[in-house]
Ligand binder design. Structure first.
Ligand code: ATP
Ligand code: MG
Length: 254
């Protein structure tokens, strides 16, 4: 499946924050969206997810798609996970996001179990989400969206509230979802643990001013994005080379 944006613009009360964005997103690929605060990342993700209606054209597989159609095909996970959590327990929260799908009870239970395991929240089904840590709330928000099983996921800063071990774990979950065939667009400042991504997009003042591979991205050099040490290493020894280091974190800090 393919989502195509063609000359998409968006304004908040008369102020342009997306400016003629044209871009294509495919399932089975992981897109990283970077750019400094206020460059328009969240707005773009919300347009793709059908939460904001933009000017211009959006297509799914060549057919014009309205916001409702986009919402059915793209799951959006909010930058602040608390704003998404509504259930009185962890499992109820996931169940809420499934309600509109009209699944039978067994299928619902099956999905809840699967996504909570996937994000590492199994065992906390009966917990009040308010008692969860920031990182666990983030995992719950991701789980609730995953349960809907949409073709695309738009994740807004999903790693920002996590500690490094959790960032690594959730990065792995994200990469696995891509392998399963989902299209994933992730706005993030944390480039450290994501490895298996396909395209980097850079935003500046509401425009996408770069779209391409990490190698070219590094060569160009963007003053507002610090590339991880790991990329510099990839550049020297090749991304596919696996090197043996006991503790990669200690290694990174040198
Ligand atoms: N609800 C809103 N009303 C008015 N202006 C808004 C609103 N939300 C965002 N903006 C403005 O739109 C621009 C783009 O914001 P957006 O949140 O998309 O950027 P971002 O790249 O996600 O930033 P950040 O890295 O801080 O999350 C900013 O100038 C912001 O101030
Ligand atoms: Mg944002």
């Amino acid at each position: 499946m393919k989502i195509t944006l063609s000359n998409v613009s968006f304004e908040y009360s008369g102020r342009r924050v997306l400016e003629n964005v044209s871009m294509e997103f495919e399932t089975g690929k992981l897109y990283i969206l970077v750019g400094k605060n206020g460059s328009g990342k969240t707005t773009l993700l919300k347009v793709i997810s059908g939460l904001l209606e933009a000017k211009g054209n959006v297509f799914i597989d060549g057919t014009p798609a309205d916001p409702l159609t986009l919402r059915k095909n793209v799951g959006y996970v909010f930058q602040n996970p608390s704003s998404q959590i509504i259930g009185a327990t962890v499992e109820e929260d996931v169940a809420f996001s499934l309600e509109i799908l009209g699944l039978d009870r067994d299928e619902m239970q099956r999905r809840i179990k699967r996504v909570l395991e996937l994000v590492g929240l199994a065992g906390l089904e009966k917990e009040d989400p308010l008692n969860l840590s920031g990182g666990q709330k983030q995992r719950l928000a991701i789980a609730s969206m995953l349960a809907r099983d949409t073709h695309f996921l738009a994740l807004d800063e999903p790693l920002s509230m996590l500690d490094p071990p959790s960032q690594r774990e959730i990065s792995k979950v994200i990469e696995d979802l891509k392998k399963e065939g989902k299209g994933i667009i992730i706005a993030t400042h944390e480039l450290e643990y994501l490895e298996d991504f396909d395209v980097i997009l850079h935003m500046r003042d509401g425009r996408i001013d770069f779209c391409g591979s990490w190698e070219v991205f590094m060569d160009k050099g963007f003053e507002d994005v610090e590339v991880p040490f790991k990329w510099k290493l990839w550049k020297k020894i090749g991304k596919e080379t696996k090197w043996e280091v006991e503790d990669a974190d200690t290694f990174d800090e040198r």
